[in-house]
Design a protein around this ligand. Structure first.
Ligand code: PGA
Length: 237
């Protein structure tokens, strides 16, 4: 049985101009009224303010998230965006994504700092976990995740499953389900766990029908609004 109220996140990464983001919101916005779960849209920083205005004005049933935040509070950090600067625009922030680790050398310490700053600005972290040893490392360094587990969306997202914008290479759904369960065991509490990595219209249901997977983080299949609408449609089956 699929989860009737999944959390589905569109991570646009560094794609689209404002015109295209606006068109995306028009397309997906129409269908969002009937969507029973939580839809979270993560465009690039420059579009957050206009996207929020549009969502509010057109009463679109979509929440906004950023794709990152700075590990610093406001100050002399050229090019950075502090959590407190976008706290009135977003309810969520994707943190610890493996692309941030790979291309921008983010460390465990950086990610934990970001989680802390997001929480202190009332932004819900969407925390990507690549594998169980990474979660062990976070838990070994700090109690932050355990103490705030009810305020975090945990994503099991093995880097090998990320599409990279070309072919889809999803994880095995049963394997993803076992890892999602293991994450809950390690945190030691009920947590919200979703899956990320090559979700597409054809495989979404095989993931969302797993007991421990409550939704998904969608990259490539969220860029084209029609493909994303197909993902949402098939998530219901
Ligand atoms: P993908 O990306 O759906 O294109 O694999 C997911 C992600 O990187 O969050």
């Amino acid at each position: 049985m699929s989860n009737p109220t999944p959390v589905v996140i569109a991570n646009l990464k560094a794609n689209k101009t404002w015109e295209e983001v606006s068109a995306w919101l028009n397309e997906v916005g129409k269908a969002s009224k009937d969507f029973k779960g939580t839809l979270i849209f993560c465009p690039s920083y420059p579009f957050l303010a206009s996207a929020k205005e549009k969502i509010d004005r057109d009463s679109i049933n979509i929440k906004l998230g950023s794709q990152d935040i700075s590990k610093f509070e406001q100050g002399a950090y050229t090019g950075e965006v502090a959590a407190s600067q976008i706290a009135d625009l977003v309810e969520y922030a994707v943190l610890g994504h493996s692309e941030r680790r790979k291309y921008f050398n983010e460390t465990n310490e950086d990610v934990l700092k970001k989680v802390e700053l997001a929480l202190s600005s009332n932004i819900t972290p969407i925390l990507c976990i690549s594998d169980m040893s990474q979660l062990d490392e976070y838990l070994g360094k700090s109690n932050l995740l355990k103490e705030n587990s009810d305020k975090i969306i945990f994503v099991y997202e093995p880097p090998s499953a990320i599409s990279g914008g070309r072919d889809y290479k999803p994880d095995n759904p049963e394997d993803a389900n076992n890892n999602a369960q293991e994450m809950g065991n390690k945190i030691g509490k009920e947590i919200t766990t979703i899956y990320g990595g090559s979700i597409n219209p054809d495989n979404v249901n095989s993931f969302f029908s797993q007991n421990n997977i409550e939704g998904g983080l969608v990259g490539q299949a969220s860029v084209d609004p029609n493909t994303f609408l197909q993902v949402l449609e098939n998530a219901k089956i």
